[in-house]
Design a protein around this ligand. Structure first.
Ligand code: NAD
Length: 334
């Protein structure tokens, strides 16, 4: 199939070109994000491939359809950026990569924990400047610390396995508890109990109306003083001004983020020549006990390989008129 690949980066191209040797699709790599103004770039392409911050709303879908597009291939798991009801009405299949590597995200989550705990970000800068002072770099042993895992699906369970290896006490919260995570010795508790007891709170549930801003003033108020908070899931799980207040009053001892509520305007591009306009994000960057990465937890060789292969296989199935197990359908309410 002829596929227009939006939001292309160098790594997208490398992994898709390699995987495509098996599939033989005709790929055209486009750097711009898919937004209403860029839909015309897809004219004449039956397939459009998009990523997390591409906009696939009703208007964009109508424009793509008018230009001849007949299928949307998400190269990610989440599909909150797609108007599934409109796609369904236009009979445009939407396919995704439901699981590419929970281990990639889990390992990055633990990298943030260790960097914050042992102040690796500060030590790196000090040593480069010939400053070998240790004051301000005191960490703690992870062993026997209590880690609260919120959401114990594929990624949360992988984090629980790693933290179990460190000798941590595990608390968990999920609407559907996992037998595997229980088997690691984790105790499922209500959020209030998890917040009250955890030295580290790590978020791995999806962004839903029920989970939006689950970390707000009230939640932070229930946490232990000096708690480490990690979010590698979706930015809007966290009310950022509340977290800034928690950092200022010391309730939050350290914060690790791979996602940010307003990341669409920032992440995945080199903006180093521009003035940062997001004052909330700018405030976060001023704290010495905050480490932020730009939605890179998925970015491993294994995950990129799986993403490219699954996406191209999904499109091949659509092209052959076969049922695709990775198709996303609107829920009855949508
Ligand atoms: P998953 O579906 O396997 O697990 C999600 C878990 O959250 C499930 O067990 C579910 O029951 C639970 N859950 C749902 N509602 C909940 C609630 N109200 N409270 C507590 N738990 C609840 O998903 P996953 O593959 O583990 O991914 C988790 C999240 O990680 C995704 O939703 C996505 O937002 C994020 N993610 C981030 C990156 C990255 O690069 N930073 C990459 C992939 C996924």
């Amino acid at each position: 199939m002829r596929i227009a690949v939006f939001s292309t980066k160098g790594y997208t191209r490398r992994y898709f070109e390699h995987a495509n040797e098996r599939y033989g699709h005709e790929l055209t790599f486009l750097e711009p994000r898919l937004v209403p103004e860029t839909t015309t770039l897809a004219a004449g392409f039956p397939g459009v491939c998009v990523f997390v911050n591409d906009r696939v709303d009703a208007g964009v879908l109508e424009s793509l359809y008018a230009g001849g597009t007949r299928a949307i291939a998400l190269r990610c798991a989440g599909f909150n950026n797609v108007d599934l009801a409109t796609a369904d009405r236009l009979k445009m299949p939407v396919v995704r990569v439901p699981a590419y590597s929970p281990h990639s995200v889990a390992e990055h989550t633990v990298a943030l924990m260790l960097a914050l705990n042992r102040r690796v970000h500060r030590a790196f800068n000090r040593v480069r400047e010939g400053n070998f002072e240790l004051e301000g770099l005191v960490g703690f042993e992870m062993r026997r610390r209590t880690v609260g895992v919120v959401g114990t699906g594929k990624i949360g369970a992988a984090v629980a396995r790693i933290m179990s290896g460190f000798g941590c006490e595990l608390l968990a919260h999920d609407v559907v508890p996992s037998e595997e995570v229980k088997g690691l010795g984790a105790r499922y508790v209500e959020l209030d109990e998890l917040f009250a007891a955890a030295d580290i709170v790590t978020l791995h549930c999806p962004l839903l109306p029920a989970t939006r801003h689950m970390i707000d003033d009230a939640a932070i108020g229930r946490m232990r003083t000096g708690v480490m908070l990690i979010n590698t899931s979706r930015g809007a799980l966290v009310d950022t001004p509340a977290v800034i207040a928690g950092l200022k009053n010391g309730r939050i001892g350290s914060l690790g983020l791979d996602v940010y509520e307003e990341e669409e305007a920032l992440f995945f591009d080199n903006l180093s020549d521009q003035l940062l306009q997001d004052d909330v994000f700018a405030r976060l960057l001023t704290f010495p006990n905050v480490v932020i990465t730009g939605h890179q937890a998925f970015l491993t060789d294994e995950a990129l390989t799986t993403i490219a292969e699954t996406t191209l296989m999904n499109v091949a199935q659509i092209e052959r008129g076969e049922a695709c197990a990775n198709a996303v359908r609107p829920s009855p309410k949508t």
